[in-house]
Design a binder for this molecule. Structure first.
Ligand SMILES: [Zn+2]
Length: 414
């Protein structure tokens, strides 16, 4: 491999992945628009035309923003790499700090800070224009700033020591550094999973034990029927930020909790809550969570090995417009350009996730009732203004959940 050849490969991959993103988004826009005038027959009993059209318009607004954002990200990546941005920051860190660890840390942190600042307008527009226009946003500007500050402090407290450790291992551990870094990364991720429910999530939301005694009794009956033990049932004040509803599990082993958004409890009947909970239990019972985590760890081991091969290749740096060959630079270049090369893997990851959704639905149908899960899902689609008519190719590519029509008809056939 030579530098010019790698530069050409990178530019081609960037061009193709960006074009593919825009083309898929365009397909989604026109498909949703074509089906805007009529609620699909399968849903006409439960969904009003007004709600269907709101979903279409909301989807259009979000898809258009994603197109701008795809273009912006491609431009930013070019500016950082071949445009010389990374080299400029690297030169600055080299004259500002003396130790190589501090220089590496300064380079990576400055890129992270710059990227986050440049992405603020997209976040603001999404929250305060799109989400607000469709009645979902409950966030005030004050809460937004507070969230951002907390996120930054938390990121610094957890991320800086991790990053420093990784850079140190990369420099000191010789050819097998990637094994050490992987071990540290895996331990760190597991630690986060353990501390998330009790230490991190409460920084952003209030969690109160589920107080509705009759609902609690129902849920506990369902849990014991499914052979499941949880540390507690909690209601989260999701309505603090948004009217979107959800239910989820967090934690592992002894720290396992079930969390319902207050918005979900307010909206669904007890039968429907049971069915939604059974779906979530299905993810645990079918070991989806463990499988996902194991897959992520395996893939990250592969990526780190690949980085270990690339970081000594001059063409890797030169092909991306950089002359400084340091470990921090290698780490940055690798993880900034990886999405460009791995974009075509997205449909496989989505298909894997949809397979799990079908399995969890089947479990819920078996433990509770398919009909209740179906009506709950339609309510959730409607409340989240999720389109019932996505473009098939778009959803094959991106959707972690099966399209409404496919999912409901599968439930009805169970
Ligand atoms: Zn699910």
């Amino acid at each position: 491999m030579t530098a010019p050849l790698f530069a050409a490969l990178f530019l081609t991959a960037l061009l193709l992945s960006t074009a593919l993103k825009l083309w898929l988004a365009q397909r989604q826009l026109s498909h949703v628009q074509t089906h805007r005038e009529k609620v699909p027959d399968a849903f006409s009993a439960q969904v009003e035309l007004v709600a269907h059209q709101k979903a279409a318009d909301y989807t259009r607004a979000k898809t258009q923003l994603s197109m701008f954002s795809a273009l912006f990200e491609a431009g930013l990546l070019l500016a950082f790499t071949l445009g010389g941005g990374l080299q400029l920051l690297s030169d600055w860190s080299a004259v500002t700090f003396s130790s190589s660890l501090a220089q590496g840390l300064a380079l990576i942190v400055s890129v992270l800070i710059l990227t986050s600042i440049l992405e603020i307008p997209f976040n603001l527009y999404s929250t305060f224009v799109i989400e607000a226009r469709y009645g979902f946003n409950k966030m005030t500007l004050r809460l937004y700033v507070l969230d951002a500050l907390k996120g930054m402090l938390l990121g610094a407290a957890l991320g800086l020591p991790l990053l420093l450790g990784i850079l140190w291992l990369m420099e000191k551990m010789g050819g097998n550094w990637w094994l050490y870094v992987w071990a540290v990364w895996v331990s760190f991720s597991l630690l986060l999973l353990f501390i998330y429910p009790s230490f991190i999530a409460p920084l952003f939301n209030k969690f109160q034990p589920l107080e509705d005694q009759s609902l609690k009794a129902r849920i506990e009956a369902l849990l014991s029927k499914c052979g499941f033990t949880a540390e507690g049932l909690f209601v989260m004040d999701g309505s603090k930020r948004s009217t979107h509803g959800n239910a989820y599990f967090t934690g592992f082993g002894k720290t396992k909790r079930i969390v319902f958004f207050d918005t979900l409890i307010a909206r669904l009947t007890p039968d429907e809550i049971d069915a939604v909970l059974a779906h979530e239990l299905g993810h645990f019972k079918r070991r989806h969570v463990i499988k996902r985590i194991a897959l992520t760890f395996a893939v990250s081991l592969g990526f780190l090995w690949l980085l270990a091969q690339l970081m000594h290749a001059g063409w890797f740096y030169a092909g991306l417009g950089v002359t400084t060959q340091t470990t921090a630079m290698a780490l940055l270049l690798f993880f900034m350009t990886l999405p460009v090369f791995s974009f075509l893997l997205q449909p496989f990851s989505s298909a894997y996730s949809r397979k799990h959704e079908f399995e969890a639905d089947a479990y819920a149908a078996q433990q509770t009732s398919a009909a209740h899960l179906a009506t709950a899902l339609v309510k959730l689609y409607q409340d989240n203004a999720a389109t019932l008519t996505p473009d098939p190719l778009y959803s094959t590519f991106y959707s972690s959940h099966p399209p409404a029509m496919v999912r409901i008809s599968r439930l009805q056939s169970l």
